[in-house]
Design a protein around this ligand. Structure first.
Ligand SMILES: [Zn+2]
Length: 466
């Protein structure tokens, strides 16, 4: 636990009386039913990230991250987790996924010299959604660095759950930015986790399809991507229908759950749990990355769902209950007061505390949260639910079909992670990697043998039919 964060933040004035009298939270005592899971949680943040501006009219407001940090701080959640000031991702770290050309472009272009680059703007998808703004590259380095730091804490075993609310920018592609996302911190973090984890499950509950992450891992079975989102073929980014399921070795290892406007708490939670429970038990991930985009909440500036903060949180709580190492990331979310309420609430879920719904008196910018000053405003009544029971039931059945293919998928390495992976040197890490590679070669051999046997069986069946 670190109080450094509190000391450094001069905008906080703690009123002694308020401090003494307000019960900010109650610890949740885990019962047997909860599995008694008390994870070590780390919170990765860098206050610099909220200083950047995409532009006055642009819906992405990085200051939502400052509001989130203030809420987390005012509720004293730092008492329940390790708080780390994250590093900036280096150029080399970004190149683990992104192309050299693209990173060079990001590094060099500024609002002042943008004219010089006019011939490249189209190539690099620069426009209204992804403008060139002051400090764009630094901003990207900061949020990506926090996700990498978080993934390292998970890999070393120092954290069971690692949180970076500034991350989760799921649309960025290898060669270009997309949908307000410049670098894909999620892909970078997952690539890092794959150095020790045989199987990583990615879950995306942003309003938009997690296309950048899906695309990066579309051909592999070592990462399974599952995205719940609004889909009608036109809504950004235009992809994510239920028939996008992965290709080659990755076939059946991408799942898409296309939803219509106005989905409510009850139907979303029911669908989410009934899909994710069999995904986890069949795929048996060794680590989970959860993107908690807040634009799926009701009343989001760009949104069209009816979810309340408690319902969004219920999904995250459900995934947590499996007790697997988990990276928790932010994402979209364009009504800053609700984004910050949600992510503070989800931080409390991770740290096993129940927050007082009345926002602490000591909270800076408390006026942002008027008139209710509550952690749980009603966000669930804006639109009609266009997802009929029948539509959701059919969708669920289609999805469950794919899960049949996950069971014992031959090319998936079924190795357990060695228990002593903590504090290991690079040599030891390499040895584990070599071992995993060898085992996956063996798996490939088994798969080819199995294929040969199948072919023989098929030949025999054909003979009998003739
Ligand atoms: Zn989104």
């Amino acid at each position: 636990m670190s109080y450094r964060w509190l000391d450094e933040d001069s905008t906080i004035s703690l009123d002694y009386k308020a401090n003494q009298k307000t019960p900010f939270y109650e610890p949740i005592v885990n019962t047997f039913q909860d599995g008694g899971y008390n994870p070590n949680v780390s919170y990765h943040f860098n206050p610099d990230v909220s200083q950047y501006h995409y532009g006055v009219r642009h819906p992405m407001k990085p200051f939502r991250l400052m509001l989130t940090d203030h809420l987390v701080l005012a509720y004293k959640l730092y008492e329940k987790m390790d708080v780390y000031h994250s590093h900036r991702a280096s150029r080399e770290e970004l190149l683990e996924f992104h192309s050299d050309d693209y990173i060079k472009f990001l590094e060099s272009v500024t609002p002042d010299n943008v004219k010089k680059y006019s011939q490249y703007l189209k190539q690099f998808n620069i426009g209204d959604d992804c403008p060139v703004f002051e400090g764009m590259y630094d901003y990207s380095q900061i949020y990506a660095g926090a996700s990498l730091d978080a993934s390292r804490k998970l890999i070393s075993g120092m954290s069971d759950i690692a949180i970076n609310w500034s991350g989760g920018l799921h649309h960025a592609k290898k060669y270009e930015p997309s949908g307000f996302c410049y670098v894909n911190d999620i892909v970078l973090a997952i690539l890092n986790m794959l150095t020790v984890h045989p199987r990583v499950l990615y879950i995306d509950i942003d309003l938009h399809h997690g296309d950048g992450v899906q695309e990066a891992f579309y051909l592999t079975d070592r990462v399974m991507t599952v995205s719940f989102h609004k889909y009608n073929g036109e809504f950004f980014p235009g992809t994510g229908n239920h028939d996008e399921v992965g290709l080659g070795k990755g076939k059946h290892f991408a799942l898409n759950i296309p939803l219509q406007d106005g989905i409510d708490d009850e139907s979303y939670i029911r669908l989410f749990k009934s899909v994710m429970e069999p995904v986890i038990t069949n795929y048996k991930p060794t680590a989970i990355v959860q993107q908690c985009g807040a634009d799926s909440l009701g009343y989001d500036r760009l949104g069209c769902f009816n979810l309340n903060i408690a319902a969004h949180g219920e999904c995250v709580k459900f995934i947590k209950s499996f007790g697997l190492p988990m990276l928790v990331l932010g994402g979209g979310g364009y009504t800053p007061r609700n984004v910050s309420r949600l992510w503070c609430y989800e931080t409390s879920i991770m740290t096993n505390v129940k927050l007082n719904s009345k926002l602490p008196e000591t909270l800076p910018f408390r006026n942002f949260f008027q008139p209710d000053y509550s952690l749980h405003p009603n966000l669930g009544d804006r639109l009609d639910n266009k997802n009929s029971k029948r539509y959701l039931e059919n969708l669920r059945n289609q999805l469950l079909e794919h899960l049949r293919f996950l069971r014992g998928a031959p090319s998936v390495a079924m190795n357990e992670i060695p228990p002593d992976i903590q504090n290991m040197s690079t040599d030891e890490e390499q040895a584990i990697l070599d071992k995993l590679n060898k085992e996956s070669e063996y798996d490939e051999y088994l798969e080819s043998e199995r294929q040969k046997m199948n072919d023989k069986d098929q030949a025999r069946t054909n003979e009998q039919e003739e």
